[in-house]
Design a protein around this ligand. Sequence first.
Ligand SMILES: Cc1cc2nc3c(=O)[nH]c(=O)nc-3n(C[C@H](O)[C@H](O)[C@H](O)COP(=O)(O)O)c2cc1C
Length: 171
Amino acid sequence: MTAQDENPPFLYVVVCAAGIAADVGRLITAAQRREWHVGVIATPVAMNGFFDTAAVEAQTGRPIRSAWRKPGEPRPFPDPDAVVVAPATFNTVNKWAAGIADTLALATLSETAGLGVPIGVLPCVSDALAGHPAYQESLIRLRGMGVRFGYPHDGTEGAEFGWERVLDLVE
Ligand SMILES: Cc1cc2nc3c(=O)[nH]c(=O)nc-3n(C[C@H](O)[C@H](O)[C@H](O)COP(=O)(O)O)c2cc1C
């Protein structure tokens, strides 16, 4: 057994509550093809019908995390080698940039960014929302922290979302 078998590369996939999250299985498949082990952290709103949670748990072989563990409980996932946020919502991008950590997803993003873990983000934000000055400032702030952004998507049905390309941002 090699050192890598004992400690395989681990990817956190952070899922926010955008309609396109229904296809997040495509990202997990692409990551697993690239030899990543995957743990999904979803926002509480995303857990409320935005994607097939049972299918994702079957695909990753791990429970989805959305809430904090109890004190004294073991950490459910290994430390991440990389994090991807796909889809990233207007709400989560702005809260992350503002340092708000009221979901496990947000707290994990701020902590992993602070630890220097590579983070790739694929926003799914309509043009109307993306024009908000707070959002533009959030992007600048997060980029300044070293966060890498993929080509944004405006939520239009049928338009290509870069599920696989977001992995290129962190590899
Ligand atoms: C069907 C549906 C689709 C949505 N799609 C998006 C989206 O593409 N992008 C976005 O920023 N918000 C979208 N929203 C709004 C978010 O779900 C809402 O802002 C939520 O508070 C985001 O929570 P989160 O950032 O914690 O996941 C959508 C809401 C619904 C009901």
